[in-house]
Ligand binder design. Sequence first.
Ligand SMILES: Cc1cc2nc3c(=O)[nH]c(=O)nc-3n(C[C@H](O)[C@H](O)[C@H](O)COP(=O)(O)OP(=O)(O)OC[C@H]3O[C@@H](n4cnc5c(N)ncnc54)[C@H](O)[C@@H]3O)c2cc1C
Length: 505
Amino acid sequence: MGYVTLKDTPRGNNYDTEYDVIVCGGGTSGVAAAIASARVGANTLLIEKGGTLGGQMNVSGPPGFAYARLWNPRGERDVAGIVEETYQRLYKENHALPALRYPVRDKAGFSFAYIDPDWWTDLIFEMIDENEVTLLLDSLVVGVLKDKDAVNGVIVENVNGRIEIKGSRIIDATGEGYVAIQAGAEIDYVDREKVQPHTLAFTVDGVDWDVLLQYVRNHPEQFSFKQLIFPFEGATTREEVLDWYSKCHDIKSLGELMGFYELRDIALENGDWHPYSGAGFFLIPREGGHIQAHFQHSSQVDNTLVTDAWDLTKCMAECRRQNKIAWRFFKNYVPGFEHAYITRTCNELRLREGPRIIGDYVLTRDDVEAARKFEDSIGKSSFKAGGYHVASMDTLNMIASLDTEEQPAGEINVKSDLAFPKDGGSYDLPYRILVSRNIDNLLAAGKSVSTDRPSYLRYLHQTMVTGQAAGAAAALSVKKRITPRELEKNVKELQELLVSQGVVL
Ligand SMILES: Cc1cc2nc3c(=O)[nH]c(=O)nc-3n(C[C@H](O)[C@H](O)[C@H](O)COP(=O)(O)OP(=O)(O)OC[C@H]3O[C@@H](n4cnc5c(N)ncnc54)[C@H](O)[C@@H]3O)c2cc1C
């Protein structure tokens, strides 16, 4: 099928249509939900407040590692489905790199399968069209329609005015539970004092990578090693990592460079670094072997609730201020950055911590640690629980001095919350974490699914796994004429559908 615009297709213009499934939010979770729903045969509407798709994948991103961690530390594949499908299509068109599993990070379960976020978005537009999802951009969902405790539509504001659109199932894929909150769903969120800091990412070109690599080889101890934080027998040692850095020939294999401790401390003394984050960036390979530096830790602003527009406004202004300081530091202190330049500062914040719905099950830190299996599994993850970012170098330094483990720049591991799936395995994600406990016909996908704070499922691949499952479940429940909650009694058909869509269960 050729490319069709909304103007060309009657399904796009019709506000009177009653949809089977309405997905709110066109980030990674929302697009996966919409595609999966349509594939089950549901008449599906995807509504996005911005003018494009991708959310944190491209509007406020990309994430440093995307796609990453598709295998667990045992080397078992635990994430596929729409993630893998998009990866394969991009790879065939030279917009993704081979999945890289560098020995220095492999034991901690790091894998990188870099994809180009701009081409990812173009592909998603194609897939939305191929699967006959109706797309409505530039439209903010501002409320829901309800019959008692069940949602049955949404209220949208856009250039057409304020519009009601009917839908049998509503999926909140806004990343921050905004629609669930409007529906009166029970949610869990932290206090303003506790919320993890948000950031504003920017991308840089023109770095002299040879000069920088020489600095890395000569000063390996100046960097933070995320791969050490893995309490496994046979895990990588500090000596191995130092050795790897000092002999590194391909800077891409390091994935990220966080630390620059000595230079940063001099800059701090000179008043040329701000005291809210560590220094560092991700290495993003692009087409033709080109590398860009992507900064997503150079600003960190705390005390910002994603549910308060005043907070978000202050946060954006403060991120811009901190990024300017960080950029001057890299230009003036870090070898190789002399002729570098910023190619793009994102125009939206990267929100690190938002509300989670309370579902029929709440995934816990202990589930992560036990690598728990669930009868109603809709996907898997091997990501740890309990790593939090902080916006204060004082806190970071204080915690680092108490702890023998390495602390990645900007992140602290709270010992009581920290958990890795046992034996390097993966834990199941139960279907019930997608289903709102008190509102019928409402599902969550992406960051706001039901977990406790430590086991927050915010990684990009996790959001696509929960998105795909929420979409398929919503559509199936419509087809079977039962509520998403009633579907919990027998998820066999849902699981078969997901497996047929390539999901690893
Ligand atoms: C600093 C940072 C670094 C990260 N690094 C990594 C990494 O290295 N690797 C990794 O895998 N993950 C990483 N992540 C996590 C990952 O990028 C995100 O958690 C994930 O992309 C979120 O997907 P989502 O679909 O839940 O939400 P989002 O991507 O936020 O999508 C939500 C969408 O909903 C839309 N929306 C919101 N409200 C409304 C409304 N009312 N009406 C209509 N539309 C609405 C938004 O415009 C947006 O498009 C990182 C996250 C952060 C913050």
